[in-house]
Design a protein around this ligand. Sequence first.
Ligand SMILES: [Zn+2]
Ligand SMILES: [Zn+2]
Ligand SMILES: [Zn+2]
Length: 318
Amino acid sequence: MTLFTNAVESIQIGVEDLSKNDDRRVLSAVRNVHAGVLLLCKEKLRRLSPDDEILLAQRFEPQPNDKGEVAIEGVGRNTVGADDIKKRFKTFHVALDWKRFDGMADIRHHMEHSYFKGSRKRARQAVADAFLVIRQLLVEALQEDPLKTLGPECWTALLENADLFAAELQACQVTLKSVRWDTEAAARALPDFACPSCRSSLVRQRDPNNKSQPNAALICAACGESAELGPVLSLAFDETFGAQGHIAVKDGGEPPISTCPECSEETYVVKEGRCAACDFTLPEDAACAICGSGLSAEDYYEHDGLCSYHAHVASKDD
Ligand SMILES: [Zn+2]
Ligand SMILES: [Zn+2]
Ligand SMILES: [Zn+2]
């Protein structure tokens, strides 16, 4: 069996697993579809290789060949893993939706390592992510027709799953959009809300009619766990503002989000001077009582209204 047929069959079996009304096959659905996606990536690397499948090897080294010339040869039996696939795709300018690629792997990982495995909703998201990656791989990278390659049954099931997931996600997001969030940052991060227990995006308000942030109780529609706002926002901010934060730090600037001195979550919004998760606020005129210099949230909270220098001096006087 070729690598390509192997990939296609893995995806077909996974989709079949998901369509069976059997919770025991939910994990196997995610595993098979994920394996199929990795195999499609490998097929692309195989096609990019000159004639020896060299790009599938995890490691290669220069070796002398029969004619005494230098040849690059694969070493060992290991084939590329997800990290190498990413690196090689980037090197060879093959575009792929890495956010969804990672999202799908993340859900698989959480499903495999948690006690509660049988949630169709949870699997739906992984397969919906996979669907977009599969389409991109087939159409753009491999120039194959998805309908012909996967067969009408599998392709239609993937489309329907994506629609179902989109509808579930929409229903959850509506309950979050009706809240008057205390910070703009939280409102902006809504599309990135995810369950801290299972990483599903199906986070919703318990009471869809509630409008106030302090009364908002969140629950995950995929695993059924209730979710604290702090960890949910912390995860979401990492997605929404993470890249911006890395750039700011690299340029010696201040990241948009920092640790809240009161609740210790990564939810303090620097620009807005307040924490998005708890009620900690930095007064606008927060300044050192001795030298008058502006205070960071941390100084204000930890040093009783003194800058770190004067807090240090004061502690010596005691
Ligand atoms: Zn969950
Ligand atoms: Zn806080
Ligand atoms: Zn001072």
